[in-house]
Ligand binder design. Structure first.
Ligand code: MN
Length: 325
């Protein structure tokens, strides 16, 4: 062990003030435009400055409801991650270099594994004019980061109890278990709470949890969250209390998983382990994309594929659970 590592161990012993397992950390979203002026705007809560992951969930964008705005993302690459597309309203046509052509629809989960490398395009269809959903990423652990590309589609079963309906995308909740396979233990569910309802749900005490509000207002263990805000609680407790204090229904995405303790470098659409990984991935995509990422068939947009932007003039630093350390 080097001196540097010994010193960083000492720094780690300083427990941050929010290390209490009962503490709910509020993450306010940042507004991000996906592309030019008329592009879809999203509200991003992960990664954030003080919290990079919830379990292995490492990226969370919330968008819509928007009428008359299109999503048209030309073929672009991913590595080291899985994307989870979930719509409340709308319809998106997905094509990838694994030969998958699928319509993403409300109430259906689509999990794409990039692993070593994949390319895909996402285009909203004119069939349904309103776009409203979340785009989530799951980081693959070191031993699975180079998996073969794959696509899983599933129509979740609904768990219901008084005043609560939950669609279980990933993992299990209230006796409903999703067949979607992940590389680390995860939970992903859409939960609708009727007006005035409190739901005290049993959760895995080994999981940390994030609640992302889509519609309405929800209190998580007494901490008030409104639209597009995420509340995150560390592992350690076996119940989570969700309350809808209003007289209208509320809808949230409930995320969870075992704490992800690796450091990763996220840049553009890539996840790697180091700055040099990202430099190499960017070059491969911009110069010979088909070799690593494959080819997307059938995309009919004007631009054949997105070029990776220039790298910033600095060394990209890894992110850890609680930020950059
Ligand atoms: Mn993508």
């Amino acid at each position: 062990m080097s001196n540097l590592e010994a010193r960083s161990d000492i720094v780690d012993c300083v427990v941050p003030p929010d290390h209490d397992p009962a503490h709910v950390q509020r993450i306010e979203p940042r507004d991000v435009a996906l592309g030019g002026d008329d592009a879809l705007r999203v509200r991003r809560t992960l990664p954030s400055l003080r919290r990079s992951f919830v379990g292995a969930w490492c990226f969370a964008d919330h968008y819509g409801p928007e009428t008359g705005r299109c999503m048209d993302v030309p073929p672009h690459p991913h590595t080291g991650l899985q994307t989870v597309s979930w719509l409340f309203e709308g319809e998106i046509e997905h094509r990838d270099s694994g030969g998958v052509h699928e319509l993403v629809r409300p109430g259906e989960v689509n999990l794409m594994t990039s692993g070593y490398g994949i390319a895909h395009s996402e285009v909203s269809t004119p069939n349904r004019p309103v776009l409203h959903g979340v785009q989530l990423w799951v980081v693959l652990p070191e031993h699975s980061k180079d998996l073969v590309r794959e696509f899983q589609h599933h129509v979740p079963d609904i768990y219901s109890t008084e005043g609560v309906r939950a669609r279980v995308l990933i993992g299990h909740l209230g006796g409903v278990r999703s067949p979607v396979h992940t590389e680390t233990p995860l939970l992903g569910a859409e939960v609708v709470l009727d007006a005035g309802v409190t739901w005290e749900l049993a959760v895995d005490p080994g999981f940390e949890h994030g609640v992302l509000v889509d519609t309405g207002v929800v209190d998580v263990d007494g901490v008030r969250l409104d639209r597009a805000v995420m509340g995150v609680r560390d592992a350690g407790l076996d119940h989570l209390r969700l309350t809808n204090p209003t007289d209208a229904p509320a809808r949230v995405m409930l995320l969870g998983g075992t704490p992800f303790d690796e450091g990763i470098v996220m840049w553009w659409n890539f996840i790697g382990r180091s700055h040099d990984d990202i430099v190499r991935l960017r070059e491969e995509w911009n110069e010979a994309p088909d070799d690593r990422f494959g080819r997307v068939a059938g995309y009919r947009g004007q631009v054949q594929r997105l070029q990776a932007p220039p790298l910033p003039p600095l060394t990209l630093k890894p992110r850890f659970r609680r930020g950059r350390r």
